[in-house]
Design a protein around this ligand. Structure first.
Ligand code: ADP
Ligand code: MG
Length: 249
């Protein structure tokens, strides 16, 4: 009798390398993210965290290696790539909302254009997501009329509207005033509790301790440590990680 094949990881990187000319920014990255897992990516500035995120949804190409989503290789272009991008939601440090569109339009645009959803259906979905992230009453406003924390929550709703399989967050609270950080982290904690698969680059150690299933620590384009948050924060193994933690804790 043959065993059934194991379920593929939701996101899998195998021996991924990337250069920016002579800079070897991702060095033989092997990483697997399981469905429902919350992976927090830590590391000093310049270690390759953003590049890692951007390769996962093909905002950046890789030199070699493979990246799969549910076992499927990333398409290179065209409609297949648009669909892949829909599977991988991304939230950036700078919220990147469309400045001249209302909050509601920011959230409905993707479902209508990429997924072919009808406008009423897209609006229904958008209202429920805006409600979920606590900005339901702001839907008719323009982004600039909202606080940074509210805009970032809209950006999360916008990503969720595509019904992604995984959400990537690249320092989502780094550009926010301190008093707005928690309102965004709270939404992320709720998402994690709901079972969303998440890759989160953050310096918010409270979030990492509370929500991460696993932490990876990057330095100079390599994954240097991989551990549970408890292990990583109480017993980092490398000098690089110890040094990093001494600076941020
Ligand atoms: P992190 O997010 O950990 O701060 P990044 O992934 O942004 O790191 O950057 C890793 C390294 O790659 C840095 O040295 C950065 O200067 C360099 N880098 C990032 N993007 C580019 C680019 N588009 N062209 C050239 N070098 C880049
Ligand atoms: Mg970065």
């Amino acid at each position: 009798m043959t065993n059934p094949a194991p379920a593929p990881a939701l996101v899998e990187l195998k021996a991924v390398n990337k250069h920016y000319s002579s800079l070897h920014v991702l060095q033989d990255i092997n990483l697997s993210v399981a469905k429902g897992e919350v992976l927090v990516v830590l590391g000093p500035s310049g270690s390759g965290k953003s590049t890692l995120c951007r390769t996962i949804n093909r905002l950046e190409t890789i030199d070699n290696g493979s990246i799969t989503i549910e076992g499927k290789e990333l398409p290179k272009e065209g409609r297949a790539l648009a669909n892949l991008r829909a599977d991988v939601g991304m939230v950036f440090q700078s919220f990147n909302l469309f400045a001249h569109k209302t909050i509601l339009e920011n959230v409905t645009l993707g479902p209508i254009k990429v997924k072919g959803m009808s406008k009423p259906d897209a609006e229904k979905l958008a209202f429920s997501l805006l409600e979920r992230v606590g900005v339901g009453h702001q839907s008719a406003k323009l982004p600039a009329q909202l606080s940074g924390g509210q805009q970032q929550r809209v950006a999360i709703a916008r990503a969720l509207a595509m019904k992604p399989k995984v959400m990537l967050f690249d320092e989502p609270t780094s550009a926010l005033d301190p008093e707005m950080i928690n309102e965004v982290l709270d939404v992320m904690v709720e998402l994690a509790k709901d079972g969303m698969t998440m890759v989160v680059v953050t310096h918010e150690m409270g979030f990492a301790r509370k929500a991460a299933d696993r932490v990876i620590f990057m330095a100079d384009g390599q994954i240097v440590e991989e551990a549970s948050p408890e292990e990583f924060f109480t017993n980092p193994q490398t000098d690089r990680a110890k040094d990093f933690l001494s600076k941020i804790l």
